[in-house]
Design a protein around this ligand. Sequence first.
Ligand code: NAI
Ligand code: ENO
Length: 362
Amino acid sequence: MTTITIYGVGLMGGSLALCFRGKPDLRVVGHSHSEASVKKYKERGVVDYATTSFEEAAAEADFIFVCVPVGMVEDYLNRLSKLPLKPGCVITDVGSTKASICRAADAMDWGSSYFIGGHPMAGSERSGVEAATPLLYENAFYVLTPGKHVPESVYESLVDLLRYTRAQIVRVEASQHDDIVGAISHLPHIIAVALVNQVAKYNESDPLYQNLAAGGFRDITRIAASEPVIWRDILLNNREVVLRLLSEWKGQMESFTALVESGSGEGIEEQFRQSREFRNQIPERRKGVLTSLFDLYVDVPDHPGIIGEITTSLGNERINLSNIQIIENRADVPGILRLSFRNEEDMDRAAKLLKPEYHVHA
Ligand SMILES: NC(=O)C1=CN([C@@H]2O[C@H](COP(=O)(O)OP(=O)(O)OC[C@H]3O[C@@H](n4cnc5c(N)ncnc54)[C@H](O)[C@@H]3O)[C@@H](O)[C@H]2O)C=CC1
Ligand SMILES: O=C(O)C(=O)Cc1ccc(O)cc1
């Protein structure tokens, strides 16, 4: 029997627990500092056993996943390194930043256990065990940052266990990871939050802003609804990278200001041409760090009952929808329905089913 212990059974830890739970010869133990959470983990059946005792949770573990906010990871690792862990125990984390966590872990005395940094590059703006799903990591990249002292066989044992997530493992150096994730995840979260807060201010004097904010605005600001504590820790932990990126971002904004000020239509077009080219090269159907849902867009004529017809025909074929949204529903334009699925197979089946009757696009 292999015991897997998860500290912090929230969105990420809970989703890992659901990937491992019930698999042959695996036992999942959850830890929380609060009694109420331990009760919840048990009631929801995400773990085989749950406890508030830090020591008891670690005692029999073969693998330990630390899934708490980034600002607490170092403290958890420090406490773990001082416990009599099972020889050969592999400790990993899921923190969104890697350089400072790995630096701190490298300086700890792990005895006969090993630390390997981890970051599953999938998630959502939701949080807590209530949002956990075993499908979270499917098709996503999962970064591992093993230090030099970690034997290959130990690294492989973690990779082997992570098969259950159906994620694609990538080995990256910790500081390179932080540079990349800073640009594709941390900066976008700041931009989304700043944009939403800017519009929220205008909305105070004219509520029409909120009413008209739909479609593209919702798309690029979904992540502005992310958990504040998690993001406070990420941005403060990746401080230097984030500050450099923000300074370069200011430069980007200044260039745009200059183009608009000088009326340079050609310059503006060129910016859009460049971004379109790079944007179109990004693979569409792999889950990235900013979760790409499996979405279909269906043009729907404006007649009563149409949405019911579509959802009923999907239901009859047992195709699960994860979300549904009417993007445009004015009298003068056809409506667009966005159907979101949890995986590619459901999306493809839905497209096949709906195509004969409706105009369906990705
Ligand atoms: N949210 C996301 O989409 C992603 C998050 N991560 C990383 O995963 C880790 C966990 O994040 P989530 O599962 O999203 O968060 P969450 O809020 O859903 O879960 C956090 C867990 O940590 C526990 N915890 C222990 N001490 C805590 C404290 N003092 N304050 C708050 N929570 C405490 C909570 O009880 C909870 O079980 C973070 O390090 C985050 O950077 C990594 C990839 C994606
Ligand atoms: O909601 C989204 O798309 C995210 O960006 C989720 C996310 C949050 C933090 C990470 O370190 C990785 C992924």
